[in-house]
Write a protein that binds this ligand. Structure first.
Ligand code: AMP
Ligand code: MG
Length: 340
């Protein structure tokens, strides 16, 4: 097979065949940065053991230095390398949910440089459920640290095109592959403290974790857990589209009406209006499938940017299943939350 290479401002666009992945792995081995697909979002990968490469991830993204990265594995046994100790609960959850959208926060071993975790004594680790990601990590021969492959503050990338929009000229290569089937980042579960705590809701629903562990699990930032700090990344207002997003929450019947009226009012005033509920409603009605909406959320936001809308109105969705992660992202994207 042929290694197809397209160069744009110094960033290679690689195929996802074996030969191209070997090339991508070689870039990682020599300390470079490669964007690759996972089932959640595209990641920006570097060798997790190379502090200099890790520092260049932060520079390429413009990521705040205190926001730690997730380490990606291709083999369950690598867990013993990156974590100082692996509690039984972590072993159990890794066996049950990996490969998959669950990142476990454990005590960091000395194998992983402090830069990966922004100086924290812990490390977040997961095994992605995507054949291209797994092959790449395997060929690189080291765990791969990877945040989402977007410019910091922009909606996460769920296609290689989104990566090119944000990072062309700033990274060594992008692997051109399929879009990400979950489309929302992993659930980050802290197992380094007394009891498990969700630091960031994500692709693996809280209910699935609760069922597996046979007890309820808190979410950092909830009223009950408000004294617990959320994951460092959660304090930033990110996932933002360029236009201000107004999130309408509250009673079902009123919410929908208010949203439509607001949209109409702004439209009549001459604003280009983006409505996140229209596609949402269609999706939910047509497919009764909140997962499909979640998978499209970031690309909807990017599309509205590209269309140059002036203002976006979005409607609250149910907090169950993937909805908890969707609402978390919508709240972070929102310039204002309207309760009706
Ligand atoms: P991203 O790489 O953009 O998907 O973001 C990774 C998320 O995982 C951020 O919210 C980080 O704050 C969180 N995270 C990564 N490592 C740790 C850690 N050691 N402790 C707590 N949160 C972490
Ligand atoms: Mg991110």
């Amino acid at each position: 097979m042929i290694v197809q290479v397209v160069q744009t401002k110094g960033t290679l666009l690689l195929n996802d065949n074996r030969e191209s992945l070997a090339k991508a792995a070689a870039i990682i081995k020599r300390g470079g940065l490669v964007a690759f697909p996972t089932e959640t979002v595209y990641g920006l990968g570097a060798a997790a053991t190379n502090a200099k490469a890790i520092t260049s991830i932060f520079a390429a993204k413009g990521r705040p230095a205190d926001n730690p990265l997730i380490v990606h594995l291709s083999d369950r046994n690598q867990l013993n390398l990156v974590a100082r100790e692996v509690p039984d609960e972590a072993k159990f959850l890794a066996d049950k949910f990996w490969p998959g959208p669950l990142s476990l926060v454990l005590q960091r071993s000395e194998y992983i440089p402090a830069e990966v975790s922004a100086g924290l004594p812990t490390v977040a680790v997961r095994m992605p459920d995507h054949p291209v990601a797994l092959a790449l990590i395997n060929l690189a021969g080291v765990p791969v640290a990877a945040p989402s492959a977007n410019k910091s503050g922009r909606p996460s990338p769920t296609s290689y095109r989104h990566v090119l929009e944000d990072l062309t000229g700033k990274i060594d290569a992008v692997i051109k592959s399929s879009t990400c089937k979950i489309g929302i980042e992993s659930t980050v579960l802290d197992l380094s403290g007394h009891s498990p705590l969700i630091l960031r809701p994500g692709g693996l629903p809280r209910e699935d974790l609760e069922k597996a562990l046979g007890r309820s699990i808190g979410v950092a930032g909830d009223k009950k857990n408000s004294l617990q700090p959320a994951s460092p990344g959660m304090k930033y207002r990110h996932y933002t589209p360029r236009a201000p997003l107004i999130l309408v929450t509250g009673r079902e019947s009123v919410k929908h009406q208010v949203l439509n009226r607001l949209a109409l009012y702004h439209h009549r005033k001459g604003f280009a209006v983006g409505l996140l509920n229209t596609s949402m409603q269609q999706h939910l009605k047509k497919n009764s499938d909140p997962e499909k909406f979640a998978a499209k959320l970031y690309s909807y936001l990017r599309r509205m940017d590209a269309a140059g809308v002036d203002i976006i109105f979005a409607e609250e969705v149910s907090f169950s299943g993937i909805g908890l992660a969707v609402m978390n992202r919508l709240k972070k994207a929102a310039a204002r939350v309207l309760r009706v």
